[in-house]
Design a protein around this ligand. Sequence first.
Ligand code: ADP
Ligand code: ADP
Length: 223
Amino acid sequence: MIRFDNVSKVYPGSLSALQKVNFHLEKGEMAFLTGPSGAGKSTLLKLISMLERPTAGDVFLNDRNVSKISKSDIPFLRRDIGIIFQDHRLLVDRTIFDNVALPLIIKGYTAKQVNNRVLAALDKVGLYNKAKCYPPMLSGGEQQRVGIARAIISRPKLLLADEPTGNLDPQLSMEIIKLFEEFNRSGTTVLIATHDLGLIAKLRYRTLRIKQGEMCNDELQGI
Ligand code: ADP
Ligand code: ADP
C-alpha cells in the first residue's frame, strides 16, 4: 500500500528531515512509527498524504508513484486517506455533527446519506449523544474521537495518525488505539506516529523507528 524508495526530504533553508528512507507497509497492516521529537515522523506522514513532496527518492501509494504527480491529482488520491492530528483541528464554531459531516458535504453526498453516515461514525467512536455539542464542550479524549470519526467518515483505505494520543492519559490513549485496531480489523491500513513508547510496549505491532531522519530498524515489538 505504501512504499518508500530512498526517500529524502530537505526543507528549504534547513537541514535534512529524512535521509534515504526505505520501507513498505502492506495493505491491511497496522504499524507504529516512532522516534524522538524532530526525528521526521510528521514529515514522513506528510509525504504519504502528499502535503509535502520528497526532495529525492520515490513514494508509492498502491504502486502509483506520487512523488511527481501533478497538484490537481492530489485531492483525488487523498480521498482514500484519513488523517488524524494531535490537535484535532476541529472547527470550534461548528457542532460535532457538522465537523464530522464536512468531508461528505464537500464530496456532494445527499443530506440523508450524510446524516446516516455521520451518526454511524459517531456511534462507532462512542459520541452519538454529543452530535449537537460544540468541540469546546468536549474533553480532550472526546475531541480526539471526533477527529477520528471525521477521518473515517469517507471510509478511507489508509488511516494516518500523527501523535493521536499526545495529550491523553494512558487509559484514554489505549481506548484510542483500540478504535484503530477495530478499523484495522475491518481492513483499513493504519500507520500511527507516536513517541509514546509505553503505549507501543503494551502492544505487539510492527514498529518503524526513525532517528534524525534515518529509519533505524523495523521489527515486531518484543520479538
Ligand atoms: P517529528 O514529527 O518526528 O517531530 P518532523 O517531521 O516534524 O519530526 O521534523 C523533522 C525535522 O524537519 C525537524 O528538524 C523539523 O524542525 C524540520 N521541519 C519540519 N517541518 C518543517 C518545515 N515546514 N520547514 C522547515 N523545517 C521543518
Ligand atoms: P510535531 O510533529 O512536532 O507535533 P509538526 O511537525 O506537525 O509538529 O509541525 C507543526 C507545523 O510546523 C508543521 O506545519 C510543520 O511543517 C511546521 N514546522 C515544523 N518544524 C518547522 C521548522 N523548523 N521550520 C518551519 N516550520 C516547521
